[in-house]
Every structure is written in structure tokens, then in C-alpha cells.
Design a protein around this ligand. Structure first.
Ligand SMILES: Cc1cc2nc3c(=O)[nH]c(=O)nc-3n(C[C@H](O)[C@H](O)[C@H](O)COP(=O)(O)OP(=O)(O)OC[C@H]3O[C@@H](n4cnc5c(N)ncnc54)[C@H](O)[C@@H]3O)c2cc1C
Ligand code: FES
Ligand code: FES
Length: 480
């Protein structure tokens, strides 16, 4: 059985197909059709709902895409849908702002926008245009145009009135604490399919040993697409998001430890505390909804050649702590990827955490993503450059790319062409020539092979300029 709050009232689910996604449950089982299906793949935001969850004893709200959320993963949370906002005849401040600023035409995208705005309002004290744009980056509108919607978001703060969610906060926290205190292991099963959510690492390890064909699921932002787009039937899903070790997010002095089930939204600040340059890359990974759900462990475990974080982790020489039964081993991220979508994981083995050595003095990291759209788009090429220049010479160079090979991969020849050489344009020219030996990229619908190679060379050039020129001389124009 799973338990969650449907707005203010506890709701329990059993005897339901465990591969049911939250959107289908809302619309088909509960008749709550306010939440829309646009793409069923996390791209359009029409299905945005808000989850309230306990965090450090407080309630925090996050927007997610219901179309790619397994029903089981909302156990222990408060689910708020667009139907919950209006109180009797009175529109919520967010809805009223949309009316006042003409933020809706056909209305299909509107519930999703309203829920993203609602989550933003509940987590920000005052309007900030950049932050509003970030919150709305995962919502698409085909007819209104975005200016009236952004205007509505800016003005939803006037008048700043408390809503029922604030008024009921104490009761909501008490109800969520009651569910959290329930030690029972969560399992949903129906028609031969199972969803299991272990609470301890030992139980997770045993579940996987007993069910070596089970699929691990964290944020489901990759895996759910196998269900909604690939129409796959997955017999056993094992959720990682309740195991404390997989939710750790610690600075250990010389390294960062990030549990495999930590979402991007939850590890962004820790990563940026050591590498502020990663902020832009992380904020371009999917949309806010995707970053609220998707995890670093899922990004690594998915083994996509175009995932954004593997090149960064390669460049930072990160390691993975893998666990199988009682046994743990540590391997460099570099040894994890074997061939297209094939990893070093043994049957029943899983990623427990990612360990990233912190920079030492003089280390300099840059990571760049090139994609067709600025927001909510997968990379054509992603390059990460970890360099140390001492006395005008390259003392260390670890460079990795995504989108250039069947796995995320280091550029060994390019690194060798840089090492020990003077940090000059002539060295970069030689390193660009060496880069051509490292990779034989492919043509696909994201980019041609020639374009990929050109971009990889250009990113190296850009890293050189970023290191060499004062920021005022480095003018970069972003095309959305
Ligand atoms: C609209 C959209 C936009 C996206 N944009 C980007 C983008 O810009 N950049 C990018 O890199 N990705 C992007 N993605 C892909 C996805 O969001 C990321 O790869 C994310 O990090 C996956 O994490 P998750 O927790 O959702 O993984 P899940 O979907 O839960 O799992 C992914 C895979 O990893 C495995 N796995 C999960 N946890 C573990 C573990 N502990 N040990 C071993 N294996 C495990 C699962 O079995 C599965 O095979 C996007 C996805 C969508 C839907
Ligand atoms: S329906 Fe498009 S993001 Fe969910
Ligand atoms: S109002 Fe029609 S899609 Fe946004």
C-alpha cells in the first residue's frame, strides 16, 4: 500500500498496477482531469502538479511532471493539483493574476503554468524575473505567448495573501509525519507487476539480489519514458528514494559525497559551492520540474552518451561507490562506461553514491553544453575542461565530452597535446588537431558528425579564451 495526502486528505492506494504513472492515476482513477497530458514525456509541462514534502521539519513545495512520475514515488508526500487552488468561488492569487494579465487563450497549458507559478510563489518571497523564467522554463504555451504569463507571475505577489495551504500547514506537517513514522516497507503489486520502495540500504541490496531483473528507479525522468514512449511493461520497479545513504549530500572537506538518489535541485548548491561555474550547466539540465525529480545517480546510471553530468564527473575524476549485497567497491567514473548503454554494474549491483574530489589550488573547471534550445533540451555536445596552468604551462588537463562517442569519454590525445605545453593559442591549435584523433562522432537528428567535431574544437577554444581573457572581453551571445 502507498499513502499520500491528496491535498489535505490522506489517500491510500493498493491493488493498482504499479507501473501506473501519476497523471494516468489522477485522470483515469480519480477523475481529476484538470491536469493535462501534452507530450507524456516530461517536455511540455501541461501535467505539472506540486508535491509538498517534509524537509528538515518544514514543508517545501516542488513542481514535478505527473506524466513521468510513478505513482509509488509520491508515498509520504502532499499532492496538490490545479483543482485544489480555488477556494469556493475565490480564485487563488496565481489564478487571479493569470486572469488579470490575460495569461491564457486555449487554456490547455494553463493548469501546468498555474502549478509551476504556485510552486514558485510558495518558495519565493518576492518576484525576481530571472527566477520566474527558470520556474517556467519547463512549461510550453503554443498560443498565448509568454509575456502575459510572465507578467502574471510577477504580479501574483499582489496582494500577498496567505492561502489555505499556509493556513493548514501545521495539520499537513502532522499528517506527513504520521505517514513518515510508518515503518512498513512499501510495495504495490498487481497483475504480476511489483513496485518496491525499500527503506534501508540492506533491504535495497537484498531486494536487488533476490530480483536481479528488477529495474531501479530514482526520479524516473529517463525510465518513465520507456513506459510512456517505449510502451514497455516493467515487471519489477525498485525505488531508491527512501534509502538514507542514497540521499546523503555531504561536504567531507576533501571530497563531496552525493547519494545516487539526490535530485539535481538538492545537490546543485553543494556542487556550485566548489564549482560555481557549474550553475549554468545544471540550470540548463532539463527544466525545473526535471531537476526536481531527476537525480545525479540516474544521470550516471542511465549511461546515455549525451547525459550532461558524466563529462563533468569524468573531468573531475569522480568515483562511484557500488554496492551488491553486503559488498561495496569503488570505481572511477571512467571505468563505469563500457559501451553504448552498457556499464560495469553486475547483476543486482547499484550505485550507492558519487564521490567527487574537491578542487585544489589552481584547478580550473569549465563545462559547456550545446543544444538546439537553451532550456529543457538534451545536449548535442557537452564538454568539460579541468585544467591547471602553472607558470604559463599546462600542469594538468582532464577533458571529457558527451555526444562525441557511444559513451561519455575523455579526450586522451587532446589532453596529451596540452600537458607540459605553454598555455598559448599554438598549443590549443595542436590540441584541436589531437581532438580529431580522439573521436569519430556520428550524424543524428541532433547534430551532424562534422558539426559535433567543430563544436568540440570550438569549446576547447572557448575554454582557452575564458581562462585567458578578462571577462569583460569575453562577449558571449546566447541564442534561445
Ligand atoms: C524533458 C526531459 C529533459 C531532459 N533533459 C536532460 C538534460 O538536459 N540533460 C541530461 O543529462 N538529461 C536530461 N534528461 C534525462 C534525465 O532527466 C536525466 O538523465 C536524469 O538525471 C535521470 O535521473 P532519474 O533519477 O530521473 O533517473 P531514472 O529515470 O530513475 O533512472 C535512469 C536509469 O538509471 C538507472 N538507475 C537509477 N538509479 C540507479 C542507481 N542508484 N544505481 C544504478 N542505476 C540506477 C535506472 O534503472 C535507469 O536505467 C531529460 C529528461 C527529460 C524527460
Ligand atoms: S504531459 Fe508534457 S510534460 Fe507531462
Ligand atoms: S493557452 Fe493555448 S497552449 Fe497555452
Amino acid at each position: 500500500m502507498i499513502r499520500f495526502l491528496l491535498n489535505a486528505v490522506e489517500h491510500q492506494v493498493e491493488n493498482t498496477d504499479p507501473s501506473t504513472l501519476l497523471l494516468a492515476y489522477l485522470r483515469d482513477h480519480l477523475g481529476k482531469t484538470g491536469t493535462k497530458e501534452g507530450c507524456a514525456s516530461g517536455d511540455c509541462g501541461a501535467c505539472t502538479v506540486v508535491l509538498g514534502e517534509l524537509f528538515a521539519g518544514e514543508l517545501r513545495y516542488r513542481a514535478i511532471n505527473a506524466c513521468i512520475t510513478p505513482l509509488g514515488s509520491i508515498h509520504g508526500r502532499q499532492l496538490i493539483t490545479v483543482e485544489d487552488l480555488k477556494q469556493g468561488p475565490v480564485l487563488h492569487a496565481v489564478q487571479q493574476a493569470m486572469v488579470d494579465h490575460h495569461g491564457s487563450q486555449c487554456g490547455f497549458c494553463t493548469p501546468g503554468f498555474v502549478m509551476s507559478m504556485f510552486a514558485h510563489l510558495k518558495t519565493h518571497d518576492s518576484p525576481d524575473r530571472e527566477e520566474i523564467l527558470e520556474s517556467l522554463g519547463g512549461n510550453l504555451c503554443r498560443c498565448t505567448g509568454y509575456r502575459p504569463i510572465v507578467d502574471a507571475a510577477v504580479h501574483m505577489y499582489d496582494p500577498a495573501t496567505a492561502d489555505t495551504f499556509s493556513e493548514q500547514q501545521v495539520e499537513t506537517i502532522a499528517a506527513l509525519e504520521d505517514i513518515a513514522a510508518d515503518e512498513t516497507e512499501i510495495e504495490l503489486s498487481h497483475s504480476g507487476r511489483r513496485y518496491i520502495a525499500p527503506r534501508t540500504i540492506a533491504s535495497l541490496a537484498k531486494t536487488l539480489q533476490d530480483n536481479p531483473d528488477a529495474r531501479l528507479v530514482a526520479g524516473a525522468t529517463d525510465l518513465a519514458l520507456e513506459i510512456t514512449q517505449g510502451l514497455k511493461e516493467i515487471e519489477t520497479l525498485v525505488f531508491t528514494g527512501r534509502v538514507p545513504e542514497l540521499l546523503c549530500c555531504d561536504d567531507q572537506g576533501d571530497k563531496l559525497l552525493i547519494g545516487a538518489a539526490v535530485s539535481f535541485s538538492d545537490c546543485k548548491d553543494l556542487l556550485c559551492s566548489s564549482w560555481p561555474q557549474l550553475k549554468e550547466l545544471i540550470e540548463r539540465l532539463g527544466s525545473l520540474q526535471i531537476r526536481n525529480q531527476g537525480t545525479l545517480g540516474g544521470n550516471v546510471g542511465n549511461a546515455s552518451p549525451i547525459g550532461d553530468m558524466p563529462p563533468v564527473l569524468l573531468a573531475l575524476q569522480a568515483s562511484l561507490v557500488l554496492r551488491r549485497g553486503e559488498a561495496s567497491r569503488v570505481i572511477p567514473v571512467e571505468d563505469f562506461y563500457l559501451s553504448y548503454k552498457v556499464t560495469a554494474l553486475q547483476p543486482g549491483e547499484f550505485i550507492e553514491r558519487i564521490e567527487i574530489p574537491k578542487p585544489t589550488q589552481g584547478d580550473w573547471l569549465q563545462a559547456y553544453k550545446v543544444s538546439k534550445r537553451l532550456e529543457d533540451d538534451i545536449s548535442a555536445v557537452c564538454g568539460a575542461f579541468n585544467l591547471r596552468i602553472v607558470d604559463g604551462k599546462v600542469a594538468a588537463a582532464v577533458i571529457a565530452f558527451g555526444g562525441m562517442a557511444e559513451i561519455p569519454k575523455r579526450a586522451g590525445q587532446c589532453e596529451q597535446a596540452l600537458l607540459g605545453q605553454p598555455w598559448l593559442q599554438s598549443t590549443i591549435d595542436a590540441a584541436m588537431a589531437a581532438l580529431q584523433q580522439d573521436f569519430t562522432p556520428i550524424d543524428d537528428f541532433r547534430a551532424s558528425a562534422d558539426y559535433r567535431m567543430q563544436i568540440a574544437c570550438n569549446l576547447l577554444q572557448r575554454a582557452f579564451l575564458a581562462h585567458t581573457l578578462p571577462p569583460s572581453q569575453l562577449q558571449v551571445t546566447e541564442y534561445a
